[in-house]
Design a protein around this ligand. Structure first.
Ligand SMILES: N[C@@H](CCC(=O)N[C@@H](CS)C(=O)NCC(=O)O)C(=O)O
Length: 229
């Protein structure tokens, strides 16, 4: 049985979506990052980077959400583009774009807008600008086609969905208005039963909601070096 180390946040959600879409049996191992579970020895043995998600499948252990998506797609042969060098090149390009662009810039845009102490104008501007620029590239890619790679729903659509759900949190309540193709794509995935099941997984656990001093310490241990909360 596959074990998904899970917290109801954007990167684990993409993997949950894949597992639900593929109909693979799996169990959840909750990692409450606001309580510091990610730093425990048991989880660090699975993911030395101490972040969710991670996945164990028999003797295979894989961490980093986009690596997990590729692992599952290759394992099952599902949600992959055509098996040609050109189609695989396009898929890998967008997967790495999500891994190195969408994820980090959106994550930092959330962090600096909602968590970081003042002064933060420079960082808010930089990460919000870059997040918006990345989403405009996704919007352009989706123009005139239903899915990121064309006519077929693939792992790239799932990778994009994890963070697209959060756009209002870092581009504001009207953030999707300037991204009509992203909005249409997000709504199409949200309407899928697998996405609704993935979103509902959080109801199974009582994850900590408060971003109190202990949660800040668990999630941003580097703050201690500068005496920040
Ligand atoms: N590159 C990693 C990033 C993972 C990541 O930042 N996960 C967040 C949740 S979306 C997390 O576990 N945060 C807790 C922490 O940083 O302590 C991936 O794509 O899986």
């Amino acid at each position: 049985m596959i074990q998904l180390y899970y917290h109801p946040s954007p990167n684990p959600l993409k993997v949950a979506l894949f597992l639900e879409e593929a109909g693979l049996p799996y169990e959840l191992v909750p990692i409450d990052t606001r309580k510091g579970d990610q730093h425990g020895a048991a989880f660090r043995a699975v993911n030395p980077n101490a972040k969710t998600p991670a996945l164990v499948d028999g003797d295979a252990t894989v961490f980093d959400s986009n690596a997990i998506l590729l692992y599952l797609a290759e394992k099952t042969g599902q949600f992959l583009p055509a098996d040609t060098p050109a189609a695989r090149a396009e898929m890998l390009s967008w997967l790495m774009f999500v891994a190195t662009g969408i994820g980090p810039y959106c994550g930092q845009a959330v962090h600096f807008q909602h968590v970081a102490p003042e002064p933060k104008e420079y960082a808010v501007n930089r990460y919000t600008f870059e997040a918006e620029r990345h989403w405009k590239l996704v919007d352009d890619q989706l123009a005139g086609k239903p899915w990121m790679l064309g006519d077929d729903y693939t792992l790239i659509d799932m990778a994009v969905w994890g963070w697209a759900r959060m756009i209002p949190r870092f581009l504001g309540p009207e953030g999707l208005a300037g991204l009509p193709n992203v909005k249409r794509h997000l709504e199409a995935i949200n309407a899928r039963p697998a996405a609704q099941r993935a979103e509902a997984l959080k109801e199974r656990f009582a994850f900590k909601q408060e971003m109190d001093a202990d949660a800040l310490k668990a999630m941003f241990p580097g703050n201690a070096r500068i005496g920040a909360a």
